[in-house]
Every structure is written in C-alpha cells, then in structure tokens.
Design a protein. Structure first.
Lengths: 275, 220, 555
C-alpha cells in the first residue's frame, strides 16, 4: 500500500446529498426508568440517501482501456504479486520517499488553501524532474508567485529538527530566488542556536532572502480565494502580518504508521538518516 | 435500426444544431431483437443526460422512453407529453437551461468531444460486464459504484475537453483559462499539470508571472 | 563479516546512500522501496547550497550495477519475526502489471486512462492516472490497483463496505445484508454498537463528513427483521466429523462457531458460564443500545446452523479444562475480559455499595440489581463508564456522576456516547480522581476526590494528570462503580499450565492462525487483545476458525 497524505483531492459531485444523516433518537424524557432503545434507526429514504453519499473509492477500474491502447502489448493484468521471505542480520529504516510528517499548527491553512504547501511539495516543485520541471508556480492559479514565505510548521520542535528544517528552508529559498526574478522571499522560524552559530551569517548574506526570528501563527484569506494569503506571525514580541502568494510549511519527518508499528516491535537499529 | 446504435456524440451534435428536445423510443426490455440493444441505449442516454445536467443543459430535453410497435396510443401519449415538456422549456439556452445561449453551444461542443472520446465510450460499454461478470480483476460493481465512476469521468472529461477546446484557439495561462471557463483555477491547474504529464500540453512561454501553455499536436 | 545481510527500508536518496555504505563494508544488501522506482533527487539538509548545485542525485547506476545489492521496488514489508538472532522478513512485491521491457514510453495508456488519482510521487501536486509512470526521470510504468478501499482495509474483519453500501444505494437491501453476512454473523448487533474505525478512515471526510457506514448495516438488518424474512444460508459443500469446543459465547466464540459451521463442521459446542449468550454484548452493553431480543435472534440464527450452546457451565468448575482438551479435536478460548479492576484506594474493601462496572452492568442485565436509591458515582472514562452511568440514570439514581482524571478530549469513550450521557443529565466531572471511599455502618456514604491538572505527555501520548495538592473534596454517594479497566479471568487453568501468556495475563497466539502454543488450542477476542471493541473480537474468532480448519485438515 502506498502511504497517502491526509488531504486528498476529491471532486464533489453535483447530485450527492452532502450532510451526513443523523440518527433519530427518542427524547430524554422517554428514556428515564426504562431501557427502550435510544436510537430508532434510519428510515429507508434516509438510509438510501446516506448510502448514495459513498464515493465508491477505487483506483484502477479494471476497464482495460490502457491494455487495448498499448501497441507494444506491454500491459499484462495477470502478472502476479510476489511474496518473498528473506532473512537478515540487520534492518535499517531510512527516511526515504515515505515522506510522512508529524502534524503541525492547523491554523496555517494547509489543506484549506491550495497555495499553502509543505516543504516536501516545494521540494518536488523545485526539482527538475518534478511536476512542473522545476518551475515554481502557485497550485491555486498556476501563476509564478512574487512573494513566498517559508515558515516553521510547529515552533515547539526540538533543536535538531529546527536546524535541519532551517537549512532546508534556506536552501529552498536559494533555489527559488535563483528561479524567480524580483522574488520577495521570507523565512520565519524561531532560529535555533546551532543554526545561528554555524549558518546564520552566511544565510543572512543571501541577496533577496529575509530571515525573521519569529513564530507563524495563522494564515487567512480575505474575502474570496483569489486574494493573497495573509500570514499572521509574532516577532520581536509583536503581532505582525504580511501578504504572500505562496506559503511553504517546514514539516517534521516521521516514519509512516505501518513501518512504525513494525519498528516498535523489532528494529535492532533505528536510523532516521537526515542528510 | 436499433436504439442501441444511437451514438451519444450524434445527440450532442444535434443539440448544437439548435435542437430543443430529443426523445429516443426503444423497445421494452426483454423484447430486443438484438438481446440488449435497448439496455445499452438507455445506459447511453442516461450518461448523456447526466453530462447535459453537468454542463447546464436541462436534461429533460433528452428522454428515453419505451413502447412497442403495436402500441399506437402509447406512442401518441409519449410524443404529446414530450412535446408539451419541450414547449414548456422553451428554446435551447433560454429560461429552461442553467447555461444560456450562446455559451451553451460551446458547452455542447465540448460535450460532443467527451462523448466521441474513447474514455467514456469504453467505460460505458463496460457497464453490463462490470455489473454482471466483473472487471478485469473479476470484481463486480454495484450500480451505484458504476455511476460514481461514470460521474467522475464525466466531470473531469468535460472540464478537460473545455480546456483543450480553449487552448485550440490559442495558448493561455491557467488563470485565463479559469476565468474563461468558470472552472476553479486550482482545478484547471491540476488538469494542465496532468495534460502536461501526458504530453498533450506544453509550456509555451512565460509572460511576466504567467506561464502560458499550448497544445501539443498529437499524431493520429 | 563477509556474509552479513542487511535490509534497507526506503530506496530514496538516504536508502541508496546507506546501501552503498553498507555494501562497502562487505555486506549483502537488499533495498525495499514502496514506489516502482528508486529515489529522486533531494535538497541537502545539512549544509547551505548554491543554486547550481541544488540537488543531490542518488547514485542509481552504482546501486543498480552492484552485484551485492538486490533491489525490490514497489514492495511492502508485511511482517518481521525475530528468529535465532536473524530477522525473518516477509516482503510483498506488488505486480507492476506492465512489462517495462516492452514499454516504449508512448504515453498512449495514460492519455486514455479514465482514473485521475492522488499523485504520491509528486506529493499530490498533480494527478496521476491509474496506469502511469512513477518518476519522470527514471520511468517505471505501473498500474495502481489497491487490494481494498480504505474503509474495508481498516475494518478488522475486512467487510466489503463499498459493496454493501452501494447495494443499499441501489435499493437492494437484502442483497446488501447477505454481503455483510459473508463476513459478519452479527450485523444487527455490530450495526448498533460498533465504534466504526471504518468511518474514521472514510475518504468522504475530506469533502464533508464520513459515510454513516455502521448505521447502514443496522438499517439492512432492521429491514430483514421488519419484513420477517429468515435468511437462507447455503449448505456447506463438505461435512466434517471433528468435534470442536468453544469456551465463551461472546462475539469471538459465536463468530468462530458460525464460521466453522459454515465450513461444514457439524459438532460444535459452546460452553458459556452465564445463563445468556452474547458475552459482553448481553451483559456489558445495555439494553437501550442493543435490545436483547435482537441479539437473541442473531444468536439463534447461528444455533440453527447446528451449533450447540451449553449455558451455566463454567470451565474449571462445572467442566474440567482437561476434559475439553481430551474430548474435543480442537478448542477455542474466547472468554473475554470480565473482571473489573480495582481502584486501589483506602476503604474500597470495607463498605457495601461499591461494585465494579462489569458486575454492575451484568447484574443489571440479568435483572438481579435492586431498585436504585440515592446517588451514584462512576469512575473512569471509557465506554464501560458511560454505559454504567447511563444505566444508573435509567435505574433511577437521583444523581449520577462520572469522575474522570483527564479532560473530555482525552476520554477514551466514543464522543457521541459522552454527549448522550451529558444530554441525559449525567454529571461529568473532569480532572478529578478518587482518594478514599467513605462509609458508615458498613455502607458507602461518599467519596473523597482530588482535583487534577494535566502535566507532561506520558507514553500513550496523552498528558499525564497530576493531583493538585489541597484540592480534596467530598461527593456524597450511596453507590460507587469503578470502571477503570478490565482484566482476564484465567482461574480455570491449572497452576502448572503450559500456556504462553503475556504480562497482562492474555494468551499469546500465532498472529495468522490464532493458535496458542498448545497444539489444537486456539484463542481470540479480548482474552488475547485485552479489553477491545467487539469487531476486533469477531476478527479474532474468524482468524481462529480459519486456523482450526487448517489445523484439523492437516492432521
């Protein structure tokens, strides 16, 4: 199974009744001193309506159209899965393409606004083999953003994580600044000591990058979705706000739940290698 | 000729030629000379109706009815009723429809492209096997599930076809496409990304901050 | 060490690097990667970069060509066992369904594929189609076909939810019920009481709210009842003569019996210590949530398949455990967790009027409790606590309190149950814990409590409650019901028994067959998992039924 992130892309259908059906119940007065069943069950009409809300999730429909179209006859539905049983002395888990992450401040609007993305998404976007061949565009409208903020998702994270995500944030900014002309690039994070000691002086010299020691509070949009994102943050003990076209959230990597459940039981060596 | 032979793409084209209503009258289920022609006809018309509803054409303009060749009075009744219905709806793209003329003809053009397209025809043709014997993996669908799958294809295909039709007129940015087609921009963006991935659309140039996309001519 | 073998999980940049490092030391390396291709380039996270050297590429060539590296792409790890210092790993390599040696990358398939889905490789920034290349750079066409939709996968018994909900939408209610019964013998009961993990996973929640999967199950079962239809079961193809004993007529035991009966076993006997069937479903779930009549009917349907239930028979007292192992070819233990745990506060054993929740609910269900008088305090935050309080409220206690040491947010009970209790007038006191039971003349008169505050998170991730010094207070009450947790009651086993047990006094079993370490003895349900939800007990019963069948047929 391929691990999936929580915010899925679902297109709403016009003819589906939207709100979830509520279970009818007998009143509180009817319940005292007896054990009559409280919930009375769905009437048929409600039940059918509720069932019709089902999205019938299925990926491959098994329609075989691809097979019909494939000239070199490369598609073969009968190739079976293979099950292997192997022995090892050691197992090492790496922070690979699983790309799961710990939850972060939900006020930052990830999943709510298409133009708020994670650092992992931004990394794919910046990559020459990514979905846009390395072009930085806003998933809201496909425009090249003029103002980008990279912000720490959870400011309470540990020093080690803050350090690596700060470096990633700066590096992503460097690439974005190289790609976009006249880009206003801001990084907001509670700067950790080790970063300030080792890298801050160098990072501060990057032309076009503004580093703010602060903590991002929330992201809002005024009126309709076409407006820029309004980032609220605190810095120097003050509450501030600033408009952006694209907001990138620095996340904390995590082992996927399935691997984690195995790892709790068996790993001899548990390596989360962060390069 | 059998109602099963009616091509939904032809239906969409007929409406582009200012047709106000179309009733398909087939045999009763079980009476089909070709076993399941009328079942297929109904499935095709149902899908087309759904598509019409989605693009803003009143789906009542298209009907599937049944009657046998010996039932003159039933036929007269069906025709009279349908005639009244269409009269009450008025001309195509008027008060009876969500989308008005002339935009409605552009929508119908995209609908024809969807209905002539392989995707929807193939899956529509799979209806009976999916419900009765199963898909290539042997999984049997409920009617609801099949309809859901079909809905999804209709929604996505019509939007993609509208985008392709617009791009045929000239290269455009995602923002402009969204504005022209009244489709949410984040959706247009995803379609463009997908079309690019499929090699059907490519980046033309970048004007200021707007990447402009163009069609990639396809080999036939 | 020349022949050290190493498994590397994850074929990303890190995985590839680690593989090359390991292979340098002379190890034999296997890489397991979820995606159909090995890693993509990454941005460094340990040093600042310049734009021209932005990405680091994994050294794919070197890994691919290396003789001592085996690459398993599109693969998942299913299980890991420790075996004589080695780790035995089961890996499922998914079929790509595309022969990439024939593929000419013409993209015809992805242009026609009608399915747009979440593009994992690009973190959901675009779509992928069901048939697709994975990585623009490395290719790797594959068809993504999941085994089950997410709801079915989450369900402990893997109910075909998509199909049964779809059948309801089509108006085919009885067909839907038959579909449910293929995997679940108690649809009416489970359709009422299941905390439905499937709904928590439902994809519809990302659009608005999840589908009401559980109650739809109840709906179809109600349809059958109201139309007075008797379900028809197919007669099993084979008949088997072996005798099977099942201890406990709870959800696990009943399901195990049901599944074995449907497989063709004709001599199945359930031993039940209570005078009623259903186990916790009868004596733990109150009538207002699950009417006994309905439960009785569902049990009767199972009995009609030729399953015998012997009531009022406690193993170790009425029948010796050895008799079961001697007289029967296979034995399933599904006795649940019917022992309420103690509060461990002073005064607990000194007064009349303190009764644990399991006993409280059981005696009420069996009609043995006298009419309620005065006030009732229930201590705990689980569903058993809520059930006890709501039952107490119905019994006629003047005031019913629930005391819980954390806040509503941390409460393990289902949120809708908590709401219902509040709605009925149960008084919930959060951040409070018992200190001492107070009494006079041998009877409970009240309880001394202390207020709590939340401190640092503990191992379970919930914040640990800490008492606030000097905040003690007293609640008057005539009855106190601790609903802390439940344990197993394994007193029927001899002192010198050979069963492998966990430190929670539950049976340790083989995860695939439900077999205990004693041949022919299987276990499932709460006696294996500890107190858990009914549907997982049912899954335990199902697993053991398959295990018993395999065991008996291979004998």
């Amino acid at each position: 199974m391929i691990y999936e992130k929580e915010t899925r892309y679902v297109i709403p259908f016009g003819d589906i009744p939207s709100p979830r059906a509520e279970m009818p119940e007998i009143s509180v007065d009817e319940r005292r001193e007896n054990y009559t069943e409280v919930e009375t069950g769905f009437p048929e009409k409600i039940a059918v309506q509720e069932a019709r809300r089902c999205l019938s999730c299925r990926r491959c429909l098994g329609c075989a159209l691809c097979w019909a179209e494939c000239k070199p006859e490369a598609i073969d539905f009968d190739i079976p899965d293979e099950e292997l049983e192997l022995e090892f002395d050691d197992v090492i888990i790496t922070n690979g393409q699983d790309n799961a992450f710990y939850p972060f401040n939900p006020q930052l609007g990830y999943g709510k606004y298409p133009d708020v993305i994670t650092d992992l998404q931004f990394e794919r976007m910046l990559s020459p083999t990514g979905p846009f061949n390395g072009m930085v565009v806003s998933p809201l409208d496909g425009e090249i953003p003029g103002r980008i903020a990279v912000v720490q998702g959870d400011t309470g994270d540990d020093e080690e994580h803050l350090l690596s995500s700060l470096i990633l944030g700066v590096n992503q900014s460097v690439i974005a600044l190289d790609k976009i002309k006249d880009l206003e690039m801001v990084l907001i994070s509670p700067l950790c000591e080790s970063f300030q000691e080792k890298f801050f002086a160098e990072a501060e010299k990057i032309p076009g990058l503004q580093i703010i020691e602060g903590s991002p509070e929330s992201v809002e949009k005024e009126r309709d979705t076409k407006e820029p994102l309004l980032l609220k943050y605190s810095a120097d003990g003050e509450n501030k706000q600033k408009a952006f076209d694209l907001i990138v959230i620095l996340t904390k990597p995590k082992i996927s739940p399935e691997l984690e459940s195995l790892s709790n039981l068996f790993w001899t060596e548990f390596g989360m290698h962060v390069f | 000729m059998c109602t099963g032979r009616i091509d939904p793409a032809m239906v969409a084209r007929a409406f582009q030629k200012r047709l106000d209503g179309l009733m398909v009258v087939g045999c009763y289920f079980g009476d089909c000379h070709y076993i399941s022609g009328n079942v297929q006809a109904k499935a095709k018309i149902d899908t087309t109706r759904k598509l019409f509803k989605h693009i803003g054409v009143n789906e009542e303009r298209l009907a599937f009815r049944q009657c046998s060749s010996g039932e003159a009075s039933v036929f007269v009744k069906l025709v009279t009723e349908f005639d009244e219905k269409i009269r009450s709806l008025g001309p195509l793209g008027g008060d009876g429809d969500r989308v008005k003329a002339p935009e409605i003809f552009g929508k119908l053009e995209a609908a024809e492209a969807v209905l002539a397209g392989e995707k929807i025809r193939w899956v529509m043709g799979k209806r009976t096997p999916f419900l009765e014997t199963g898909n290539i993996y042997g999984e049997i669908f409920t009617e609801h599930e099949f309809n859901r799958a079909m809905d999804m294809i209709i929604v996505e295909e019509i939007e993609v076809q509208e985008i392709l039709a617009k791009l045929k007129e000239g290269a455009r940015s995602v923002k402009d496409l969204a504005g022209d087609l009244a489709i949410p921009s984040e959706r247009v963006f995803r379609y463009i990304t997908a079309l690019k991935r499929k090699g059907m659309v490519a980046l033309d140039n970048v004007a200021d901050r707007s990447p402009i996309f163009q069609l990639v001519p396809q080999e036939v | 060490m020349d022949d050290k073998t190493v498994l590397i999980v994850g074929g990303g940049l890190d995985g590839v690097r680690t593989a090359l490092e390991q292979v340098e030391t002379g190890a034999q390396v296997t890489i397991v990667e979820k995606f159909p291709t090995l890693g993509a380039e990454r941005i460094p996270r340990d040093r600042l970069i310049r734009p021209e050297q932005a990405f680091i590429n994994p050294d794919l060539e070197k890994v691919r060509d290396h003789n001592n590296i085996r690459i398993l792409t599109y693969s998942d790890i299913k299980k890991i066992n420790r075996d004589n210092g080695k780790l035995r790993v089961r890996i499922l390599k998914h079929s790509l369904r595309v022969d990439n040696s024939k593929c000419n990358d013409c993209k015809a398939c992805i242009q026609v594929c009608p399915v747009n889905m979440f593009d994992d490789f690009d973190e959901g920034l675009g779509f992928r189609t069901a048939v697709d290349f994975c990585n623009l750079a490395t290719g790797g066409y594959n068809i993504y076909k999941e085994d089950m939709p997410v709801c079915q996968e989450t369900c402990p018994v893997n109910l075909d939810i998509r199909a049964y909900v779809g059948l309801i939408a089509d108006g085919k209610h009885l067909e839907s019920l038959a579909k449910i019964r293929e995997r679940l013998p108690l649809p009416g009961s489970i359709g009422r009481i299941c905390p439905h993990p499937c709904e928590t996973a439902c994809n519809r929640q990302y659009l608005d709210e999840p589908i009401s999967i559980c109650f739809l199950k109840r709906f179809v079962s109600d349809v059958e009842l109201s139309q007075e239809i008797e379900p028809v079961y197919e007669t099993p193809e084979h008949k088997y003569p072996e005798k099977i004993a099942i201890v406990g007529a709870g959800p696990a035991g009943l399901t195990c019996a049901h599944d074995l009966a449907r497989l063709g076993y004709e001599h199945i006997k359930i031993f039940e210590s209570l005078p009623v069937p259903g186990g916790y479903l009868w004596v733990g779930i109150p009538e207002y949530r699950l009417p006994k009549k309905l439960l009785q009917r569902e049990v009767d349907l199972i009995c009609n398949m030729g399953v015998e239930i012997q009531y009022n028979t406690r193993i170790g007292k009425d029948v010796a455990f050895e008799n079961l192992t001697n007289d029967y070819d296979a034995l399933f233990i599904g006795i649940g967790c019917h022992m309420g745990l103690k509060l461990r506060v002073p005064g607990e054993d000194d007064y009349e009027g303190i009764v644990d929740c399991v006993t409280f609910l059981r005696e009420q269900a069996l009609g043995n409790l006298p009419k309620a008088k005065g006030k009732l305090i229930v201590i705990g935050g689980g569903n058993a606590a809520i059930d006890s309080a709501r039952v107490g409220w119905r019994m006629g206690f003047d005031k019913v309190y629930i005391l819980y040491r954390r806040t509503k947010k941390e409460m393990p009970a289902n949120s809708w149950e908590i709401d219902a209790a509040e709605h009925e007038g149960v008084i919930l006191q959060y951040l409070a814990a018992p200190v001492e039971i107070l009494g006079e003349n041998g009877k409970v008169t009240g309880m001394k409590c202390i207020k709590m505050e939340l401190g640092e998170p503990d191992d379970s991730g919930r914040r640990r409650p800490v008492p606030i010094e000097g905040s003690e207070y007293i609640i008057d009450a005539e009855t106190i019901v601790p609903a802390i947790s439940q344990g197993t009651d394994l007193r029927f086993l001899d002192e010198g028994h050979d069963f492998d047990l966990s430190r929670w006094n539950t049976f340790l079993i083989d995860e695939e067959t439900g077999a205990t370490n004693i041949p022919g003895v299987f276990a499932g349900g709460d006696v294996v998992t500890g107190p858990d939800i009914a549907i997982r007990a049912i899954a335990g019963g199902k697993r053991a039924a398959v295990g018993i069948h395999e065991y008996l047929r291979s004998k």
